[in-house]
Write a protein that binds this ligand. Structure first.
Ligand code: CP
Ligand code: NVA
Length: 316
């Protein structure tokens, strides 16, 4: 599989075979790391890490992924560089493209990461925008594979803000990989209709299905329940409105029981607001899988960097 030179902006641009290959590569890199082996697949590469929003997992995963494979990460905080403030994004992109071998970007408008990709001339990786969070979905899929041994035929139910970056990206990733995908949310918080139609086509090809529902009974048969914060970064002013809308959708023991299966897991991209989208008790019950998922951010992000920029890739 040759992904050299590609950007990673959303999973829309990747085929199921390419996504599976990234997951296989991540599992391979994880195994190497557990054996104490460090690689040199990114030896000498300079990587810009732009963060206009805060981050723990994504920032640390990109940084450690770089260092494990011999690259040099440079962290650029949102207020510290001229990105669309004193200098146009097009100009900053062209400068960074001359200095760096690749760029990670976390921020607000998705159009910004697209502009960086268009004008920098180097691979650009989306570390989260208002609309999409594709590296998180790779970690989620790897975690499901580790738990269930496969993806196709599983059922994942996202409960909460069904129009946020995680709901959008999970809908793409699941439908491409044959995972039956449901969103349970009040209608006002259902996902973008254009994206739903696109995902329906991928679902048809992979044998998956998509359901949008306001009814918690949709959790029946779920192998994984997924939730995320009710107010994403940048939406803090909507807190009261969201709490009112989403309180009936809190993930708790009664909701998890609705799956009717013993093996159902709870996934959360983190950070979690316990007492809102999930109770403390339920979060702690599923902490093992949730923190596997957090660890898998690093292995999957490393896989994206190695696949699109690295050399000496393993054969599968
Ligand atoms: N899940 C995730 O993206 O976490 P951070 O915001 O800490 O990077
Ligand atoms: N939807 C959340 C995801 C955080 C990883 C946010 O954008 O804040």
């Amino acid at each position: 599989m040759d992904l050299k030179g590609r950007c990673f902006l959303t999973l829309k641009d990747y085929t199921p075979e390419e996504i599976q290959w990234l997951l296989d590569l991540a599992a391979h890199l994880k195994k190497e790391k557990k054996l104490g082996l460090h690689g040199s697949r990114l030896q000498g590469k300079n990587i810009a890490l732009i963060f206009e929003k805060p981050s723990t997992r994504t920032r640390c995963s990109f940084t450690i992924g770089c260092l494990d494979e011999g690259a040099y990460p440079t962290y650029l905080g949102g207020d510290e560089i001229q990105l669309g403030h004193k200098e146009s994004i097009e100009d900053t992109a062209r400068v960074l493209g001359r200095l760096f071998d690749a760029i990670e970007y976390r921020g607000f408008a998705h159009s910004k990461v697209e502009a960086l990709a268009k004008y920098s001339g180097v691979p650009v990786w989306n570390g989260l925008t208002d609309e999409f969070h594709p590296t998180q979905v790779l970690a989620d899929l790897l975690t499901l594979i580790e738990r269930f041994g496969h993806l196709a035929g599983l059922k994942l139910v996202f409960v909460g803000d069904g129009r946020n970056n995680m709901a959008h990206s999970l809908m793409i990733g699941c439908t491409k990989m044959g995972v039956h995908f449901s969103i349970v949310a009040p209608k006002q918080l259902w996902p973008d209709e254009g994206l739903v139609s696109m995902c329906k086509q991928w679902a048809e090809a992979s044998g998956a299905s998509i359901q949008l529902s306001e009814d918690l009974e949709e959790v029946r048969g779920a192998d994984a329940v997924y939730t995320d914060v009710w107010c994403s970064m940048g939406e803090e002013a909507k807190a009261a409105e969201r709490i009112a809308l989403l309180s009936p959708y809190q993930v708790n023991e009664a909701l998890m029981q609705k799956s009717g299966k013993d093996q159902t897991v709870l996934l959360h991209c983190l950070p979690a607001v316990k007492g809102n989208e999930v109770t403390e008790e339920t979060f702690e019950k599923y902490a093992d899988v949730i923190f596997d998922e957090a660890e898998n951010r690093m292995h999957t992000i490393k896989a994206v960097m190695v696949a699109t920029l690295g050399s000496d890739l393993p054969e599968f």
